[in-house]
Design a protein around this ligand. Structure first.
Ligand code: SF4
Ligand code: SF4
Length: 390
């Protein structure tokens, strides 16, 4: 087997060539933040993401991801962090990490595989496994242990030079590699811009996220109706939310520009071949014209597919309700007739928010034949809002 230092140099160079902007190594030890994770799950902050509780034990040690792990390489992969254009009526905002329209797993996994190959070529006994959000691993804690940055009050990993607009990935290996220093300092200081800016009060304390209140979770992971008390806070967000990153001083312009250039240089070739159009906003009314198959064709290969048609249309209806623009009424009427109860309920809510009495007759008609109790309740509430506004 090669000298471990030489192997690390080879891996570091290969990672840079593949577009990773940060690289650090930590020994595989019990995860220090594990008890915080358990407390977080017990508090119900994971919302409907049952996989955290189901795999809770596995997060305690990297051995549950790869038996015999001795070292973990932590990597950062930057994504587009340009300033978002203002959102006009009828449009819905999409979080920056999705702007490429490509699922980041599809970009990063092949790169991790290549790096793993460099390790396993060393000897028949060596093993390596790449993880990007795909195994029970506390990637942020590991990245901090490997020296990549600190965990900000917005819970994200922050780096002084690169802010937070990057994905984290790890490579676990049973090869013992020379390790980097843990990042022991934190640089949020007295700032609490992220805590103040969150529109749904998703931070019960600095550094603790109640995902069940977070727009990112609600618009992507949450499968049920979005709680009525959180809908207004969603504002223009159709899919994901960047607010607690946008306000962070560590994501100031030069950092964003550096990330963008790095990211573009890194995967221009392979992404361009199959890349759909870049999207940072979507026209919401047009989404209501897509049936299941049309939606599949348009979004199957994009991150929006995770929420499926019903989740995306639910979000679209809520954004249209928040924008309160009469021109959205035809799309929402169509939403009222949608086969999915989730979409019908959100559309009824949105029509109530717009408050135009022209929507009244159709709401009443739908109430007569609606079978779903939750949708019935939404329609009744919408009708009473219309009456109040008259
Ligand atoms: S992503 Fe948005 S909703 Fe979630 S914590 Fe940050 S600011 Fe709040
Ligand atoms: S906005 Fe301020 S408090 Fe929040 S993560 Fe950034 S530096 Fe820390």
């Amino acid at each position: 087997m090669n000298d471990p230092t030489q192997l690390v140099n080879t891996l570091r160079q290969a990672a840079t060539d593949a577009g990773f902007s940060q690289f650090g190594i930590t020994p595989a030890v019990p995860i220090t933040g594990y008890s915080d994770l358990v407390a977080w799950i017990d508090s119900g902050y994971a919302g409907e993401m049952g996989y955290f509780a189901n795999r809770q034990q596995a997060y305690a040690h990297p051995n549950s991801v790869l038996e015999g792990t001795k070292s973990i390489i932590a990597l950062a992969y930057p994504y587009d962090s340009a300033e978002a254009a203002p959102c006009s009526n009828g449009m819905g905002r999409i979080a920056k990490y999705i702007w490429s329209g490509v699922d980041y797993h599809d970009i990063i996994h092949p790169k991790l595989k290549q790096l793993c190959k460099l390790i396993t070529q060393q000897s028949p006994e060596s093993k390596a496994r790449g993880v990007v959000d795909t195994a029970p691993l506390m990637e942020r804690e590991i990245a901090q242990q490997a020296g990549l940055g600190w965990q900000g009050k917005n819970t994200l990993l922050l780096n002084k030079h690169q802010g937070s607009y990057f994905f984290l990935a790890c490579i676990l290996s049973n090869v013992e590699l020379p390790c980097d220093e843990t990042h022991n300092t934190e640089h949020c200081g007295t700032c609490q811009a992220c805590l103040d800016a969150c529109p749904t009060d998703a931070f019960p304390a600095p550094g603790v996220l109640d995902a069940s209140r977070c727009i990112s979770y609600l618009t992507i992971e949450h499968r049920s109706p979005i709680p009525a008390s959180l809908r207004e806070g969603m504002g223009h967000w159709l899919f994901g939310c960047d607010i607690c990153q946008e306000v962070c001083p560590w994501n100031r312009k030069p950092t964003r520009e550096a990330n963008r250039q790095h990211e573009q240089a890194a995967h221009t070739t392979e992404v361009d071949e199959a890349k759909p159009l870049r999207f940072d906003q979507l026209d919401l009314a047009s989404l209501f014209e897509l049936d299941d198959e049309q939606f599949r064709q348009r979004f199957r290969k994009t991150p929006l597919w995770r929420a499926r048609r019903r989740g995306v249309l639910r979000n679209a209806a809520i954004v249209l309700g928040n924008q309160k623009h009469r021109s959205s009424i035809p799309a929402l009427r169509r939403g009222l007739e949608d086969p999915e109860a989730l979409v019908r309920g959100a559309s009824a809510w949105a029509l109530g928010c717009i408050g135009d009495e022209a929507a009244g007759p159709q709401l009443t008609l739908c109430l007569d034949h609606e079978q779903d109790p939750e949708v019935t309740e939404e329609i009744t509430l919408a009708l009473s809002k219309l009456k109040t506004n008259q």
